[in-house]
Ligand binder design. Structure first.
Ligand code: TMP
Length: 195
């Protein structure tokens, strides 16, 4: 079963991905936890380039680099895990590209969806949980976080619009409150898929 966690920077996805993986393991499931971009040698190197504030790149190059990292992660990690019946909990996936590159950069949702589906060979999460409602960013901004307030406003708005784009797959989850409260909402949002 393939689940992705999404949302704007600083919404607490990474903590929640770890809690979800822990809970699934406690239920006896094999869980593969991954993040995007990353999870492979190519993906981690692409991540370093994509997030380095000292690297300049055009919006199209950025979109393709995210897609290349996704192609590698899907082929090397996600597809084999799905084949053996494991759970995959992925911190970001195709929807981050739809929102950040498609809407934030203004490249358009359709072309970015086409590129991303080409990258994954059509593989999509069974459910995508979009966290929203808080901003806990605190470190030095990386290249994406430094993209400006207007960009991040389009991103935050874009995540809320995702449900309308894919109502069968995407669920909004309120990320306000304590970690365990949010984790319980995430578990509830997996109704129909839980082990
Ligand atoms: P994070 O893993 O710390 O959330 O950082 C990844 C950053 O990259 C974050 O700002 C979102 C951005 N991103 C995109 O712009 N497009 C994508 O397709 C993905 C996966 C991430």
């Amino acid at each position: 079963m393939f689940v992705s966690l999404e949302g704007p920077d600083g919404v607490g996805k990474t903590t929640q991905a770890a809690l979800l993986a822990e809970r699934l393991r406690a239920e006896g499931c094999e869980v593969v936890q991954c993040r995007e971009p990353g999870g492979t040698e190519l993906g981690e190197r692409a991540r370093a380039l994509l997030l380095d504030p000292a690297v300049t790149m055009g919006d199209r190059a950025e979109a393709l680099l995210f897609a290349a990292a996704r192609a590698e992660l899907t082929q090397e990690v996600i597809a084999p895990a799905l084949d053996r019946g494991a759970w995959i909990v992925c911190d970001r996936f195709i929807d981050s590209s739809l929102v950040y590159q498609g809407l934030g950069r203004g490249l358009g949702v359709e072309p970015i969806r086409d590129v991303s589906l080409f990258a994954t060979g059509g593989i999509l999460p069974a459910r995508t949980l979009v966290l929203h409602g808080v901003d806990r960013r605190d470190d030095e901004p990386d290249r994406m976080e430094a993209a400006g307030a207007n960009f991040h406003a389009r991103v935050a708005e874009g995540f809320l619009e995702l449900v309308a784009l894919a109502p069968d797959r995407v669920r909004l989850v309120d990320a306000r409150g304590g970690e365990s409260e949010v984790a319980a909402r995430i578990w509830a949002a997996l109704e129909g898929l839980q082990p």
